[in-house]
Design a protein. Structure first.
Length: 230
């Protein structure tokens, strides 16, 4: 277990050093807070805030807040609806910043399962993107596959887990329908019964460009069911 943990840390440090060695478009940080709360036996509220920068923290690239509610209609089948608000800061060709705002309602279905002790999640999402400066409307389709890999032995308390994700995003009406592909690899460390800190490397491939991120996230979960003790 200790050897495996050290190897993962070395890998993440190596990946992070690659992020810092690149140009500005590849020298990005990604900070995120995510919470989930059980509302009933079938429904869950998920909310997150996210900040991305072109440097370690100060040169803003993106800020967003998002929330959605899902409902389990069958075992591990959860349709959901939500809303996201974003502030987008990008550089123009003259090296000045351009600020845009986006309002994004979305609908999704998540399918869960397991391969051995590894949790597998498939998420299919449709987004309606209303963007300002200039005004634009884009419908985008997203497919995300996520793996959560336990590093503890069977019967041991979970302290460390692996994260592996891949997401492809496609525009419905565009000359070039491909939007981006995002690959994530990292680890999560449990810091409480219902909370964890996650560190990862994210590679995002777009048409004609690639961006790399060092990711730091904190997540926790709550149980707001009124009848949970009954």
């Amino acid at each position: 277990m200790k050897i495996k943990f050290k190897l993962i840390i070395i890998l993440l440090l190596a990946l992070t050093s690659q992020v810092h060695a690149q140009s500005r478009d590849n020298y990005n940080m990604w900070f995120q807070y995510l919470m989930s709360a059980r509302l009933t036996d079938k429904s869950t509220l998920t909310a997150l805030s996210q900040y991305r920068s072109f440097d370690l923290a100060y040169d803003t690239r993106l800020f967003l807040v998002s929330a959605y509610i899902d409902y389990e209609v069958a075992h591990e089948v959860k349709p959901a609806a939500g809303f996201m608000f974003l502030v987008l800061d990008s550089y123009k060709s003259d090296n000045t910043k351009k600020e845009r705002y986006e309002k994004r309602p979305f609908q999704q279905v998540t399918l869960g399962g397991n391969i051995g002790r590894t949790s597998v999640s498939h998420r299919f999402r449709v987004e309606e993107r209303f963007i300002s400066n200039p005004n634009d409307f884009i419908v985008r389709l997203r497919y995300l596959i996520s793996l959560r890999i336990p590093f503890n032995s069977t019967g041991e308390k979970e302290k460390l887990y692996g994260i592996l994700k891949d997401e492809i995003r496609m525009n419905v009406v565009k000359e070039d329908p491909f939007d981006s592909n995002r690959l994530t690899a990292g680890i999560g460390v449990k810091v409480g019964k219902n909370s964890a800190i996650e560190v990862a490397f994210i590679n995002q491939l777009e048409t004609g460009s690639t961006s790399n991120y060092g990711y730091i996230g904190y997540r926790n979960s709550f149980d707001w069911r009124k009848n949970k003790n009954k």
